[in-house]
Design a protein around this ligand. Structure first.
Ligand code: 5GP
Length: 117
C-alpha cells in the first residue's frame, strides 16, 4: 500500500490540524503557511493523489469538494466579498503534498495576476 499522505495523517489526528469544516467526504483545515488572511485547504478524505488522478467514479466527490468550498467561504465570511480557489496539480503545477486539495484564499483583494499589495 502507498505511504499515507500528510493530509491523511492530519485527518486521522496523528498530526494536529486546525479544522474549520468536516463532513463524511471532505475536511477543511487552515493552511500552516497562509498566503492570505483566510487560507483554508479543502481536502477529500479519500487520498486522491491530484486533480489529474480524479476518475469518473469520483464525480460525486468532485461536486462535494466544490460545495464544501462554498460552505467554508461562507463560514469564513468571504462568501460575499469573493475569494480565489487554486488546485496545484503535479510537479509542474507546484503541488507539494500528493493528496488533492483546494486552496481557498480570501480576505484580501486579488488582481488578475495575483494578490494586490
Ligand atoms: P500545494 O503546494 O501542494 O498546493 O499545497 C500544500 C499546502 O499545504 C501549502 O500551502 C502548505 O503551506 C500546506 N501545508 C504543508 N504542511 C502542512 C501542515 O502540516 N499543516 C497544514 N495545515 N498545512 C500544511
Amino acid at each position: 500500500m502507498a505511504e499515507r499522505t500528510l493530509f491523511t495523517r492530519i485527518i486521522d489526528g496523528e498530526i494536529p490540524g486546525d479544522f474549520v469544516y468536516q463532513d463524511e467526504h471532505v475536511v477543511a483545515i487552515r493552511d500552516i503557511n497562509p498566503s492570505a488572511p483566510v487560507h483554508v485547504l479543502v481536502i477529500p478524505r479519500k487520498p486522491v493523489r491530484s486533480l489529474a488522478h480524479l476518475e469518473e467514479k469520483d464525480r460525486e466527490l468532485a461536486g462535494h469538494l466544490l460545495l464544501a468550498v462554498r460552505k467554508v467561504a461562507e463560514q469564513e465570511g468571504i462568501g460575499e466579498s469573493g475569494y480565489r480557489v487554486v488546485i496545484n496539480t503535479g510537479d509542474g503545477g507546484g503541488q507539494t503534498v500528493p493528496h488533492l486539495h483546494l486552496h481557498v484564499m480570501g480576505g484580501t483583494e486579488f488582481t488578475e495576476a495575483g494578490m494586490r499589495g
